[in-house]
Design a protein around this ligand. Structure first.
Ligand SMILES: Nc1ncnc2c1ncn2[C@@H]1O[C@H](COP(=O)(O)OP(=O)(O)OP(=O)(O)O)[C@@H](O)[C@H]1O
Ligand SMILES: [Mg+2]
Length: 412
């Protein structure tokens, strides 16, 4: 017997346990008497909205890597129609290329061996040198064109208001320069300089654009193809400030949404006409520290597109995995729309209460009790599955690749 989460009765009848990833084992019993039994599998045939939460150091980033490892280990027939794009806010996922020798014994107990995975790591073009100096083994650089940003994006990233004079000047200039196909920041600056009057505002705005050049995200390389069949990309935004990260997530998520929407339309047409076409894989977007990008109290640059994916992502085949220490700080729609919730240990009452938003009235389980009954060890979690209307305690399997997010230990 195996447990499949994220799959409803109909799909279970149709697909059995195929098209799943093996995330760990079911925990039976509580506290010290707990033992690990049946394998827990997770559906990857459908695009899910998954929330992965837990307090600091409880295992979120670790579990996220396990999901990526499992997707990369899928048989070709499933792997080819999937890909993942992970936004790495802490610069910790590049080590997935290296084997996890440290936990070789633990892995052995699971019948697994340490190994590295073929992931692709991209860093901002203007930060390449810093990553090289830090010894990060990245595969390529990415950059965006200033022409990809709307005046709304600029207002947001510069934290300016529509109605203040700087905001008005910015909107006017971006709207005028938008007539040109591609332009760089110097073109924007020259445009602003030509403006008559408003000397103080012009200077303030030019200073902001000069600063934008130092973010390292504008350049010539552009975005790589993120939707490679069976691919797994890591976008390292760890050296990028919070509002610029949100902007990058917005650009990346919009690109994926656009490409998958077009692809879905072509797929549907091809299905009705019975013709074969080159497939663009369904995509899982995985975001660590997601409460900063789809938040209950702030409106960051990524908010609108992520909310759109939360509400409409199923149709174009986009799965979303949002990892956070603070589920309470996630936008309420992301909680209420999620169909799979994986929660490592949480202690704040407000956070535990927020999880109830995904529980339908028929799920009358006591989440607090489930959480406190978990054995006191890393990597354990409860899984709330709205597809099968069940709740499980799970021990997530050890990683095969090296985990760089381990807490340092102070010792003499
Ligand atoms: N399934 C697991 N098996 C064994 N050890 C684990 C497991 N999950 C987590 N750990 C251990 O717990 C540590 C903390 O995990 P992780 O870095 O994923 O925490 P986190 O929830 O992402 O924390 P933060 O919120 O600070 O980013 C890891 O370094 C690892 O040693
Ligand atoms: Mg983490």
């Amino acid at each position: 017997m195996q447990i499949v989460v994220g799959r409803d009765i109909e799909d279970t009848k149709k697909f059995g346990t195929s098209g799943t990833i093996n995330i760990g084992r079911h925990i039976v019993g509580t506290g010290e008497d707990a033992h690990f039994t049946t394998p827990v599998l997770m559906d990857i045939l459908r695009p899910h909205l998954t929330i992965l939460c837990g307090k600091r150091g409880s295992g979120k980033s670790y579990s996220m890597s396990v999901f990526v490892e499992e997707m990369l280990k899928l048989p070709d027939e499933y792997k080819k129609s999937l890909c993942s794009v992970m936004i790495d806010t802490q610069g910790i996922f590049w080590t997935m290329k290296q084997p996890n020798e440290k936990q070789a014994v633990e892995l052995g107990n699971w019948g697994l061996k340490p190994r590295g995975f073929n992931i692709k790591i991209y860093v901002p073009e203007g930060q390449k040198k810093v990553f090289e100096q830090a010894g990060v083994d990245f595969d390529g650089a990415f950059s965006v064109s200033p022409a990809e940003l709307t005046s709304e994006d600029w207002l947001g990233v510069f934290e300016l208001n529509h109605n203040e004079s700087l905001g008005i000047l910015l909107q006017k200039n971006i709207s005028e320069i938008s007539a040109i196909n591609d332009y760089n920041i110097d073109d924007i600056i020259s445009r602003i300089k030509k403006e008559k009057g408003f000397e103080a505002e012009k200077l303030a705005l030019i200073n902001r654009f000069e600063l934008a050049k130092t973010w390292g995200i504008f350049g010539e390389s552009r975005m790589p193809n993120l939707l490679e069949p069976g691919g797994s990309c890591i976008i390292d935004v760890s050296l990028t400030s919070q509002n610029v990260r949100a902007l990058l997530i917005s650009i990346i998520a919009k690109k994926i949404f656009r490409e998958r929407t077009i692809a879905r339309r072509r797929e549907e047409l091809a299905e009705t006409e019975g013709i074969r076409i080159k497939k663009i894989p369904m995509c899982w977007i995985m975001i660590d520290e997601a409460h900063n990008f789809i938040s209950s109290d702030e409106n960051s640059a990524s908010q609108d597109i992520l909310l759109r994916i939360v509400k409409e992502g199923r149709q174009p085949g986009i799965g979303l995995l949002l990892a956070t220490q603070r589920p309470e700080k996630l936008h309420p729609d992301s909680l209420s729309q999620s169909d799979l919730l994986i929660s490592h240990m949480l202690t704040s009452k407000a956070d535990i209460d927020s999880l109830r938003a995904i529980m339908q009235t028929y799920m009358l389980f006591d989440i607090t009790k489930y959480l406190t009954d978990l054995p006191k060890m890393k990597g354990v979690a409860i899984v709330l599955d709205d597809n099968s209307e069940r709740i499980y305690s799970v021990y997530i399997r050890p990683r095969q690749s090296w985990h760089a997010g381990a807490s340092p230990v102070a010792k003499i």
